[in-house]
Design a protein around this ligand. Structure first.
Ligand code: AQP
Length: 335
């Protein structure tokens, strides 16, 4: 079992990244270790370039995200933690796979359509090619499982298609088709201001997300101001199917508390958000406060974080080299 996943350093990590990705990664570490497998988590700084970002912000975010991952429980002794740029094999394999992926496949990617919006001609080639780099990220290590949020499932499907086409075109069994692992507890955390949109780093409204770096007051205030409706919670989760804001807050509560959504709805049945929101804020402060405090401590110790990333990058580069060499040989590049 080899588990590989990454996060773009495009801004502050938020509750969606934590519940949809990092919390699941942390929970799996011991199990993967016990199975003799490997967990590899990286900061996808090359993916961070696909939309304009100030170099200083990219640099600072990379450290902040590494700190957030460690503070959340990613243990550099159990998992390989690294940043993508320091392992050039990601870019090298990505170029090779560009010649396997089809334009028609990339044209179907909904994330490109969402991010490029109406200005497709003005989007970067990198944004369009993002899924091929993501395929390289996981195929490079023969990942068996890739924990992703629901929004990334289509990209992983593409990685599987690229692997299958490569193997078929060259008549080899070289690239492993990875399985997606979608968090059951929190497949998709939505914006606190508009539950039709996912919580994301790039939303211009800071009130739409809980950042892992937010202080206790900010967390409480954002939940207090989160958009909801005047109705009380019903008896079952099903009663919330047409109330996306209410459903989102219940999902967050359940994921933070490691409880089922049905259990949470049952506890608060008949109560309005005047009671539910403060309980949610208290829970979030209790769970996220210690992570934030540790994150602040680590962010101030850049040399220590840098040493962890360097060490992880060296280990990742060692694991990547044989597969890249075999792909190059298979394609006729190393003769
Ligand atoms: N709202 C979310 N709910 C559940 N999971 C989420 N993830 C992101 N947002 C949510 C998961 O977090 C991991 C890392 O994501 P990413 O940073 O690489 O890219 P993203 O999905 O594009 O995240 P953002 O926050 O929306 O960034 P921007 O705004 O820059 O595009 C992934 O596993 C993702 O599914």
């Amino acid at each position: 079992m080899r588990v590989v996943s990454g996060i773009k350093p495009t801004g502050n990590l938020h509750l969606g990244n934590y519940l949809g990705a990092i919390k699941q990664w942390v929970g799996m570490q011991a199990q993967i270790e016990a199975a003799g497998g490997e967990s590899m988590y990286f900061i996808a700084d090359l993916h961070g370039l696909t939309e304009w970002i100030e170099p200083r912000a990219l640099h600072a975010n990379t450290f902040e995200i590494a700190a957030a991952m460690i503070a959340s429980g990613i243990d550099p002794k159990r998992s390989i933690l690294f940043n993508q740029t320091r392992v050039p094999a990601h870019s090298e394999l990505s170029w090779l796979l560009n010649n396997v992926a089809r334009v028609g496949w990339l044209n179907r990617m909904t994330q490109f359509k969402d991010k490029a919006g109406k200005n497709r001609e003005g989007a970067s080639v990198g944004l369009y090619d993002y899924p091929v780099l993501m395929a390289a990220d996981v195929l490079l290590y023969s990942a068996t499982h890739v924990p992703v949020g629901e929004d990334q499932k289509q990209h992983l499907e593409l990685a599987r298609d690229i692997a299958a086409k490569f193997n078929q075109d060259y008549d080899v069994e070289l690239l492993v088709q990875p399985e997606p692992l979608v968090s059951k507890a929190a497949p998709r955390i939505m914006s606190l201001r508009d539950a039709t949109q996912k919580m994301s780093k790039s939303n211009p409204s800071d009130a739409a997300r809980i950042n892992l770096i937010d202080d206790d007051d900010a967390i409480a205030q954002k939940f207090r101001k989160a958009k909801t409706d005047p109705e009380p919670l019903g008896e079952k989760l099903d009663d919330l199917k047409d109330r996306p804001e209410a459903k989102n807050l219940v999902t967050i509560f359940a994921a933070l508390a490691d409880r089922t959504t049905d259990d949470v709805v049952a506890e608060y049945a008949g109560q309005g958000f005047g009671a539910f929101k403060p309980a949610l804020a208290d829970l979030a402060v209790a769970k996220l406060g210690p992570i934030r405090d540790e994150m602040v401590r680590l962010t101030a110790d850049r040399p220590a974080v840098d040493a962890i990333l360097r060490e992880g990058s060296n280990r990742a580069a060692t694991l990547a080299a044989p597969l890249l060499r075999r792909v190059q040989e298979t394609m006729g590049l190393l003769v």
